[in-house]
Design a protein around this ligand. Sequence first.
Ligand SMILES: Cc1ncc(C[n+]2csc(CCOP(=O)(O)OP(=O)(O)O)c2C)c(N)n1
Ligand code: SF4
Ligand SMILES: [Mg+2]
Length: 298
Amino acid sequence: MSVATEQTASEFQEHPSAPLLRMERIPHVWCPSCGIGTVVKCYATALERSGVDLDKVSVVSGIGCSGRVAGYMKLDAFHATHGRAIPFATGLKLGRPELLVTVISGDGDLVGIGGNHFIHAARRNIDMLVILINNFIYGMTGGQNAPTTPISAKSSTMPFGNFEEPFNLPHLAASSGAPYVARWTCLHIRRLTWAIEEAIQRKGFRFIEVVAPCPTLYARLNKLGTGLSEMRFYHDNAEIQHGCDTRDLDIGFHEKIVCGKFVDEERPTFLERKDEHYAKILGDKYIPMGPEGGMIHE
Ligand SMILES: Cc1ncc(C[n+]2csc(CCOP(=O)(O)OP(=O)(O)O)c2C)c(N)n1
Ligand code: SF4
Ligand SMILES: [Mg+2]
């Protein structure tokens, strides 16, 4: 009998993030060396460290491999339809202003089909933390071209290489009005965790892009090796430049990836502006939405 089979279940150590995960759903669906699990771990660690009341945290995902994240979190978690994580999260925040609303989803979900919602939530400065897992491709549906696929990279719908200009995501977020904008890769586990922890403490539309390996599709179609090879690539090619002008953050195919915190400023949120505006116009007749949807329950 092997050593492992002699151990009873109680002798196995619990995963450090188990209290934040729906362990009954493990094993998860992600491929070996996919980067999505790393983001889950950083998010769970940041939540624990931040000391926020977990009963007041909600997580919303859309559809895709990255869209599966919400389903594994032991939080108030919502799996919205494709591209609709941000509008769903917006409704949640407007109805329950006391919640820390987080969105974790993929590049296709948040800036492909959901692109319109992304720019308008940033423009309105809706209070939510958006973590976008950018693997440069539509992973779940077979590796189609995404609005993030670098020029000349191959995808299943661009077998001769992509010729469409991709989005520069930090610039898209910043130029739409996001007051907190950062980018890290799955290699930067500590920095990504700190960034999430920091962004939890900020308000408004906070945006963190995480460049992540998709070994099964993006890396295979582009002959980039395994997830580990991608991590080596990040190690050798990621450059930290805090405060870099967001116009300079394009990512070329297999070229350097500039990481860091690019924007960190204060701007009134949608709810703050709404309260200020109506209080000015309506005076005492205006009753702002209280915590836990105060007006509805009164
Ligand atoms: C309305 C609608 N259109 C298309 C799809 C098919 N679909 C599911 S996931 C997905 C792409 C997801 O890509 P991304 O957000 O980058 O996630 P990844 O799988 O790469 O993590 C698409 C096109 C769908 N589910 N619903
Ligand atoms: S297809 Fe790509 S993104 Fe999806 S789980 Fe596998 S490695 Fe991850
Ligand atoms: Mg993707």
